[in-house]
Structure formats: C-alpha cells, structure tokens
Ligand binder design. Structure first.
Ligand SMILES: C[S@@+](CC[C@H](N)C(=O)[O-])C[C@H]1O[C@@H](n2cnc3c(N)ncnc32)[C@H](O)[C@@H]1O
Length: 213
C-alpha cells in the first residue's frame, strides 16, 4: 500500500482513512480501515489516478467546495483535511442538499451552504476568512467565471482546482479550443500549474490546478 499524498493510499485502486465510519455512498472498507475512493465517481480521484502532482488538500486545509452535490467527493476531501480542517460545501440544488445534509451531520468539518456559486457575496460570511483551496465541479457554461468571482475568497498563493467540462461550455467546439479559452480567462489572476485530461474516467474533461497570483 503506497501513500501517494498525505492520507491518499494506492493499492490497485485508491482509498482514504475515514473521518467517521458512517457510510452514505456504499463505499467499500478495505483492510478494516481504508475507505475505497472511486475515480469513475469522483473527478478529484480521477485526477489523482491520471497523475496529479500538486495536492493542496492536506490535513488542516480549508476548502471552498463549489458544486458539492450529494457530498461524495466532498466527503473524501473531509477525510483528507481531517478534524482541524474545514470543507465549505456550496450546492444550489435543494434536492442534492437533502442528501448532503445527512453527510454533513456526521462530519463536523463539512459545512453545508445552499447557495449559487455565482454569488460568493451570499455565503462569504459563512466561510470565515480566506481559504487555502477552492475546488470547483459545477457543470455550468460559466465555469471559469465562477472560479474567478470566488477567487476573492482564496488566500494569496492559494490553489484552485477545477474540472472543466468542455461540452457544457460549448457543445460543438473542439474541447482543446474550449480549454484554451478557459485558460486564457484564468491567466488574469492565476498561474496554471497543471492540466490533466480525465479520460478514460470522464470524457472531454480537463482538470486544471491553479495558483492565485
Ligand atoms: C457534477 S455535480 C458535482 C459532483 C460532486 N462534485 C462529486 O464529485 O461528488 C455538479 C453539481 O453542481 C451543482 N451546481 C450547478 N450549478 C451550480 C451553481 N451555480 N452553484 C452551486 N452549485 C451548482 C449541481 O446542482 C450539481 O449537484
């Protein structure tokens, strides 16, 4: 069993050490203590499987998570930041929020926020200062703009992680052209550290690691 990042283990698949043994996603527990993390269900796990080098989510990190859905990936982020970290989970759908709340009730470091990620001013008071990392997995044509408007909540040199879904931004354009345009927008306030194609786990998705200038 190899620890590829602090708290992320690789042995064929991927796993974390669970913060709590409560399970909401049918995850398997391996060797009695490791929680199996599926790259086909999580773009962050897919990025790790595809060779991510920079992992800014560490024990004690504060993470603003945009598009938390039912909390699957957010719960693994919660494992990684541990009891001294925090995961601020922004989700727009009240239906997804119902499931997310059940997860957050069992994980004290996950804070559910029912809000539109396009309006950071509506939730910045709950985030309590600037965060170490912004993670965005929001299927929206304005994905880049959402990261840019939330960047005011990111520390200087803080990291942005985004799963860009080409088909959602432009359903007909070549994905490479879509990614280029997204990257051009980021260059105003971010340095681009890494770009990872998520195939075969996700088609036409680019995972980008950013650093706030
Ligand atoms: C691809 S799913 C996220 C999956 C999740 N990150 C995971 O891996 O477990 C995208 C989520 O973004 C949410 N979403 C879409 N637009 C949003 C917005 N403007 N603000 C906040 N959440 C949004 C959707 O409701 C959906 O739950």
């Amino acid at each position: 069993m190899k620890e590829v990042f602090k708290g992320v283990f690789r042995n064929g698949g991927f796993a974390t050490i669970p913060l709590t043994m409560d399970s909401f996603f049918g995850e398997k527990i391996r060797d009695g203590k490791l929680r199996v993390w599926e790259p086909y269900r999580s773009k962050l796990c897919a990025a790790i499987a595809r060779g991510l080098k920079t992992m800014p989510i560490k024990p004690g990190s504060s993470v603003l998570y945009l598009g938390a859905a039912n909390g699957y990936t957010a719960s693994f982020v919660s494992d990684l930041v541990g009891s001294k970290g925090g995961v601020y989970c922004v989700e727009i759908s009240p239906i997804a929020m119902k499931d997310l709340l059940r997860v957050c009730e069992k994980r004290e470091n996950m804070i559910p926020i029912l809000a539109d990620a396009r309006k950071p001013e509506s939730y910045e008071r709950y985030v309590g200062g600037k965060v170490d990392v912004i993670f965005e997995d929001v299927a929206d044509p304005d994905q880049a703009e959402i990261m840019l408007c939330n960047a005011k909540l990111l520390k200087k040199c803080g990291k942005g992680l985004i799963a860009v879904k080409a088909r959602c931004i432009d359903s007909v354009e070549e994905p490479t052209k879509v990614y280029k345009e997204v990257e051009r927008k980021f260059q105003t306030i971010f340095k681009i550290l890494e770009r990872i194609d998520l195939a075969p786990f996700e088609k036409d998705h680019l995972f980008i690691v950013l650093e706030r200038k």
